[in-house]
Write a protein that binds this ligand. Sequence first.
Ligand SMILES: Nc1ncnc2c1ncn2[C@@H]1O[C@H](COP(=O)(O)OP(=O)(O)OP(=O)(O)O)[C@@H](O)[C@H]1O
Ligand SMILES: [Mg+2]
Length: 279
Amino acid sequence: MITEQENQEQKLAYMQQDIIITKRMDQIKHKIAVMSGKGGVGKSTMAVNIAASFANKGYKTGILDVDIHGPNVPKMLKIGKIGLKVNEEGILPVEAGENLKVMSSQFLLSDENSPIIWRGPKKTAAIRQFLSDVSWGNLDILIIDCPPGTGDEHLAILQSIPSIDGIIMVTTPHTVSLDDVEKSINMAKSLKIRLLGIIENMSGLICPECETEIPIFGNGGGSEIASKTETQLLGAVPIEVSPKEHNGLLIENKESKTSEKILKIVAKIENMVLNNGST
Ligand SMILES: Nc1ncnc2c1ncn2[C@@H]1O[C@H](COP(=O)(O)OP(=O)(O)OP(=O)(O)O)[C@@H](O)[C@H]1O
Ligand SMILES: [Mg+2]
């Protein structure tokens, strides 16, 4: 049984952590969360490629992987087993190349193949600790890769960062994905968080022979859900048939249609968020 005094102490600790999170987040000019009600639609892939594109453009960029159960960002950025460093400012993110810093729950696992079995309050506490303890320094933009669904992790992010610029929703053209994305969009709307737009990923397969786009999962679903929910479609990204080493960083394959589409999406986000729609 928790006493009244312990209850008060917990509330105070929570409020103090909120102050620290606000200070940390104030050092980051823009924060964007990548979400989807559906799993496996390419959230991490889009988050990683968007973050790497911003870094390539010269913006000081961070990517925060808050998928506690399936942290994929380090692998997609080709970061192997690594020990985290700490200094008086806090936990130092891992440098993943020029202008790109990464933090992932993967770095906290002693064995990358062991699953984390945590319930809601522990997950919320872990995410709040990420937000309060990681020393990003000054960043232009932080991309937050979320797990699938509309659960504790999403609430923890959206409620702990009131200054978040908005959410990018990722879907595939499948009906079940579109249905789940609609739920996420409704969650964002109920929390009054700006929806920056929808990405329809895996929107087709470019034939390697004739370069025709084959809509293997159907197409147009992304724009349908965008108009239904009064959100904009940021773009439709085709499936990349690439060597295994490009699996995460699709933009490395510079000649591909997939890379071209991702860069166009990044330019839209840049215009909307970093340039405040002024260019
Ligand atoms: N446009 C694409 N072309 C080719 N492969 C892709 C594309 N988008 C995603 N993938 C692949 O699909 C798989 C799932 O993608 P990813 O892990 O990004 O999905 P996710 O939504 O983050 O999944 P989870 O819900 O488990 O977090 C990965 O193997 C990824 O490499
Ligand atoms: Mg993922």
